[in-house]
Design a protein around this ligand. Structure first.
Ligand code: AMP
Ligand code: FES
Ligand code: ZN
Ligand code: ZN
Length: 313
């Protein structure tokens, strides 16, 4: 297959990728150009951030978040990486992830802000989950990551935080919320969540790009990323929704993108109207982050752990 753009300029270049749902075959150069243009378009369409704003990019060391950092950097935004090091020992997962993020930050010459859980809180995420009597490390981890991303971004003076969620993630989440008619989640699922009530603005500039596209961008740009996921990740239900969507996509190319885009345009405004009054948020007495209780759930978990330890001695 030949690159469509090269062909239109009278040049015959072999395509490296065929984007079935866009009916577009592209060479390396034109795919990278197309990809970055898509990101810029999404940033503009949802007014995610301006060129004057510093952008914090949450990087896990995976293909999506590192590709996002590179794309935003190349598009001329002032970017900073934020990495949360969770202390996961299996497969040397956390150590390797940090190394990958450090190397990448050096490559593009941009700073990386690292938050080390064990150093800052005295416990790894597994110790925290165990202490809280929770077997599903991942859900505790999710709560801590969301909390920390917001806190670190705020403490460093960022107004906006970008994550690497792609179209596969967003459409799977949409399908799962739809199957359960989670009106509240459906009303809130959006590529931009505004800065409010102690939360920084959260944006997902890859929401219209598929995983195949982000992985291709990473490989074509020789990004060294973590190929294995977290060792604690169980067979997540989101995987099943991704498989279901992959089948639909295979039979009807463009389904995923249409499903998500039409939701944003036509369905979400209806659910948004159903959203009840936001719960009153106040500042956590311990850390100052937004919470509905006097002390936030992260501080409560940490306090309980410390008390339990004190009791043992
Ligand atoms: P996940 O929930 O693991 O699929 O991650 C979704 C997004 O959260 C990634 O694309 C990153 O932007 C961000 N993220 C996940 N883990 C970390 C981490 N340890 N440190 C910083 N950001 C992360
Ligand atoms: Fe946190 Fe899996 S336990 S990434
Ligand atoms: Zn080309
Ligand atoms: Zn707190």
């Amino acid at each position: 297959m030949l690159c469509k753009i090269c062909k239109s300029k009278g040049k015959r270049t072999k395509a490296v990728i065929y984007l079935r749902h866009h009916r577009l075959a592209l060479c390396k150069e034109h795919f990278v150009e197309w990809f970055e243009k898509q990101v810029q378009k999404t940033v503009k369409q949802f007014k995610m951030f301006s060129r004057k704003e510093k952008v914090a990019v949450a990087v896990s060391g995976g293909k999506d978040s590192l590709s996002l950092w590179l794309a935003l950097h190349r598009l001329g935004y002032e970017t900073y990486g934020i990495h949360i090091s969770l202390g996961i020992e299996g497969w040397n997962y956390s150590e390797k992830s940090l190394e990958v993020c450090r190397k990448f930050s050096e490559r593009i010459g941009r700073p990386l802000i690292v938050f080390n859980l064990k150093e800052e809180f005295g416990y790894t995420i597994e110790e925290i989950a165990k202490g809280a009597g929770r077997r599903d490390v991942c859900s505790v981890c999710g709560t801590f990551k969301r909390y920390l991303m917001n806190r670190i971004a705020k403490e460093h003076g960022f107004k906006v935080l970008a994550t690497g969620h792609n179209l596969d993630d967003e459409s799977a989440l949409l399908l799962s919320n739809t199957m359960r008619w989670e009106i509240g989640y459906l009303g809130r699922q959006y590529p931009v969540l505004p800065e409010e009530g102690g939360f920084v603005r959260k944006v997902k500039p890859f929401c219209f790009l598929t995983e195949k596209e982000t992985v291709s961008y990473a490989i074509l740009n020789r990004i060294e990323y973590m190929e294995t996921g977290c060792p604690n990740a169980k067979e997540a239900t989101s995987r099943v929704y991704k498989q279901a969507l992959a089948l639909l996509e295979h039979k009807m190319p463009g389904t995923k993108l249409r499903f998500y885009k039409e939701f944003l345009k036509r369905a979400r405004p209806i659910f948004e109207k159903e959203l009840k009054e936001q719960l009153e948020l106040n500042e956590c007495e311990v850390c100052g982050m937004p919470t509905t209780a006097p002390v936030c759930s992260v501080c409560r978990t940490l306090e309980r752990l410390k008390n339990a330890e004190g009791g043992e001695n």
